[in-house]
Write a protein that binds this ligand. Structure first.
Ligand SMILES: [Mg+2]
Length: 324
């Protein structure tokens, strides 16, 4: 059974009605508490265990669990802080969090809900009740993932759409500015695509775009990297925490992967196969400017790659004062 049935990472959308075993992350510094939860869920859930707040954050970013059962009192980062950080990060903000704790007072529970948890369970608890509550929130997650996939997925290619791209670029720009990390953007265009459609017809053109989308996805390895269909035969990739050299490397790998797919394109002047041109622009760790600047300048680089002969990558660091 597929554990990741959609093209979009992190979404819990069943494929052809097949049930997916939900992926739960259990976070507690005490082994005995983990054991109780493990026994309650191991029969029908995939379980991941973290013994510290720091490890929980790493796992959430890398593995996108469907729900987190989170202890409050832990020696490194406490549960409230873990929850706050998950909710502040666009990559993890949709993962529901339930606190499981021996705190029983109203103020603690209210604080847990304030920092973004969906529920608060006090120890000792009834296994039946915890299972019921977890299942309720998993169902809600499935429903909201389904809605998000309708809103954010390009139906032709299965990758994200322009609406997702616009939202995510804005939030990643804000995050990169706050954390002082680089952010790279790739703009990618299929060479001589109009001629492709004229030569092979629009249905073949649609197939070509699906193949290009797949070739791009194959070279985006990290969970935070995203590709969207920007419009027509144009795609955009957002690469958080990626410098110019690394982004250029990814762009070259995508360009080579599209070429290696050897989709016939007899109407191209370059080669008898489909090729792409890629523009790369990178915001440095500490740099002024706007997400709009980044987009415009990635487009300028794409134009340079086209002008330079196509099937090429052109890259540059963002220049906020360029007056574009
Ligand atoms: Mg504890």
């Amino acid at each position: 059974m597929s554990e990741n049935p959609t093209a979009v990472s992190g979404l819990l959308v069943p494929d052809m009605g097949q049930p997916i075993r939900p992926k739960l992350l259990l976070v507690d510094d005490q082994a005995v508490n983990i054991q109780v939860l493990y026994q309650a869920f191991s029969a029908d859930h995939q379980l991941i265990v973290a013994r510290s707040g720091a490890r929980a954050l790493e796992i959430c970013a890398a593995q996108q669990p469907d729900l987190v059962l989170l202890d409050v009192v832990m020696p490194d980062i406490d549960g409230y802080e873990v929850c706050k950080r998950l909710k502040a990060d666009p990559a993890t903000c949709d993962i529901p969090v339930i606190f499981v704790t021996s705190h029983t007072d109203e103020a603690q529970e209210a604080h847990g809900l304030d920092v973004g948890a969906v529920d608060f369970i006090s120890k000792p608890f009834s296994t039946k009740i915890v299972r019921a509550r977890v299942n309720t929130h998993i169902t809600l997650k499935r429903q909201s993932d389904q809605l998000r996939s309708w809103v954010y997925v390009d139906r032709l290619t299965g990758v994200y759409n322009r609406r997702f791209f616009d939202d995510r670029l804005k939030s990643e720009w804000g995050r990169a500015a706050r954390n002082r990390t680089p952010l790279s953007l790739l703009m990618l265009d299929v060479d001589y695509f109009k001629r492709y459609n004229d030569h092979y017809g629009h249905q073949a053109g649609d197939m070509c775009l699906r193949c290009v989308a797949t070739a791009i996805q194959e070279k985006l390895q990290r969970p935070g990297d995203h590709v969207a269909r920007y419009g027509g035969e144009e795609f955009a990739c957002i690469l958080p925490d990626t410098d110019l050299a690394a982004a250029t490397h990814v762009a070259q790998a995508i360009r080579a992967n599209v070429f290696a797919a050897r989709m016939p394109h007899l109407a191209s002047d370059l080669a008898p196969v489909v090729t792409v041109s890629v523009g790369v622009c990178t915001k440095l760790a500490v740099q002024a400017g706007t997400a709009h600047d980044l987009l415009c300048q990635a487009d300028v680089q794409l134009f340079a790659a086209k002008r330079g002969g196509r099937n090429a990558v052109c890259a540059a660091v963002l220049t906020p004062s360029a007056g574009l």
